[in-house]
Design a protein around this ligand. Sequence first.
Ligand SMILES: NC(=O)c1ccc[n+]([C@@H]2O[C@H](COP(=O)([O-])OP(=O)(O)OC[C@H]3O[C@@H](n4cnc5c(N)ncnc54)[C@H](O)[C@@H]3O)[C@@H](O)[C@H]2O)c1
Length: 334
Amino acid sequence: MSEQTVLVTGGAGYVGCVLVPKLLARGHRVTAYDAMLYGGDGLQKHPRLTVIEADIRDTVRLSTALAGVDAVIHLACISNDPSFDLDSGLSKSVNFDCFEPMVVAAKTAGVKRFIYASTSSVYGVSDAPEVTEDHPLIPLTDYNKYKGLCEPLLLKHQAKNFTTVIIRPATICGYSPRTRLDLSVNILTNLAVNKGVITVFGGSQKRPNIHIEDISDLYVQLLDEPAEKIAGKTWNAGYQNHAITELAKMVRDVVAREFPERPAIRIETSPTDDLRSYHVSSAKIARELGYKPRRTVEDAIVDLCRAFKAGKLPGSLTDTRYFNVKRMKEVAFR
Ligand SMILES: NC(=O)c1ccc[n+]([C@@H]2O[C@H](COP(=O)([O-])OP(=O)(O)OC[C@H]3O[C@@H](n4cnc5c(N)ncnc54)[C@H](O)[C@@H]3O)[C@@H](O)[C@H]2O)c1
């Protein structure tokens, strides 16, 4: 399919900073529309990249930015469960209240495709051996709830000239020019490399994961797919489901290989009440779209280790830019 103009909300975030260069490499013109809560230095200048520092709740700025856009990839979000502990009104306004007006603004502006990054945490806890897309949504937090409540608001605007698609990604792992170190595999790797001790709360909980390069490739692929193949669809996107204890052992072993000179890494286990566990199936997207992630959790750990070695993650234990909740508190975003 030909080159398009793509607006990525949250384009300067963790996923955005890996996705935007892929879109540019594919020949698209890109607008990264972001409030820059974590700074904008994860994006390199490019002749086909426009960066707009603005809020998705600013309907005038957003409508102006949407002129001439072919596709929207909506990533902007207050994206961490506990963020809602900070200011539930703020997070609802960003994650839910402005969602449908944004979809309508996109449709009115002539955008042809709208891709929404939901989350596989919409299912909450489940004993089902494989959580598929038709599993009921039992949100545990406001974050999961509002991510899920946006989904029907998008699908309701599905039309011949407005293709809507929802992806429910697993927890993402790996290096980005704007890395988050508040996500499970990334947390464990940061602790192993920089403290030599991994603390695991509980451990038996299963968590689905996906490599940041794989989830970004999926968004690129969705722009190339014919509308009839993706219109109105909802897909899980995950790769490996591992118990936290398994992830910790994997991190310990990879870090030991990457830093052979270091003393052995200890794994400490503490009890927790948070035993949320779910096993997400990504069979449907493989069947219907031929999409199969290619990178493993180990690959993500190796990438992070190499980023640490190269000095690309300075201040990783303390700098708030890696930790969404801490940063939200610091900048007092309203
Ligand atoms: N990271 C994961 O593990 C994961 C898993 C499942 C789903 N997702 C979803 O993927 C998307 C991207 O996640 P991420 O990890 O890159 O998050 P992130 O927090 O790194 O990025 C979000 C970006 O949105 C921007 N933003 C926040 N509020 C805004 C507003 N009001 N207006 C404009 N921009 C605003 C922030 O500045 C940030 O750059 C989110 O929607 C998230 O819910 C992420």
